[in-house]
Design a protein around this ligand. Structure first.
Ligand SMILES: [Cu+2]
Length: 141
């Protein structure tokens, strides 16, 4: 019983921390929108790194370029902007990292992968390669 209470308290604290971080990031994004400027590279990195979220839409990934820390877990999210079907196919990766291809998905589909080797990862959508639907993730040492 006491263990449960402790776990609950820990979950509450973590949820609060995540909410605070989210609101800070949303503030940064809202600020940029208010002043009608694009996010700076470092702000974009902050947003992406915090969310580690790549949106899959018709017919591109957003953002197209990301730099993250080693062992980041990346979340690809097929949003409502994905009426069509797309996949995420790893075509080039650091030595020793196993290439993969997701199922073709549309709005509501998600996929997560932890990048365990430093270096450059290149992805394409095999269904829209000719539309240049591709992205790059660089993993820091
Ligand atoms: Cu596609």
């Amino acid at each position: 019983m006491e263990e449960n209470t402790k776990t609950d308290a820990m979950i509450n604290r973590l949820e609060r921390e995540i909410a605070e971080r989210d609101s800070f990031i949303q503030g940064t994004v809202a600020n940029a929108q208010d002043t009608e400027r694009d996010l700076t590279t470092s702000e974009q990195e902050l947003v992406t790194e915090s969310r580690k979220r790549i949106e899959v839409v018709d017919n591109y990934y957003s953002p197209r370029k990301v730099t993250v820390n080693l062992k980041s877990r990346i979340n690809w999210v097929w949003t409502d902007g994905s009426a069509d079907v797309h996949d995420v196919t790893l075509i080039s990766a650091p030595k020793g990292f196993k290439k993969f291809q997701t199922e073709p998905g549309s709005a509501g589909y998600t996929y997560s992968k932890t990048l365990t080797k430093p270096g450059v990862y290149k992805f394409i959508c095999t269904l829209h390669e000719e539309d240049n639907m591709r992205m790059t993730i660089t993993v820091r040492h």
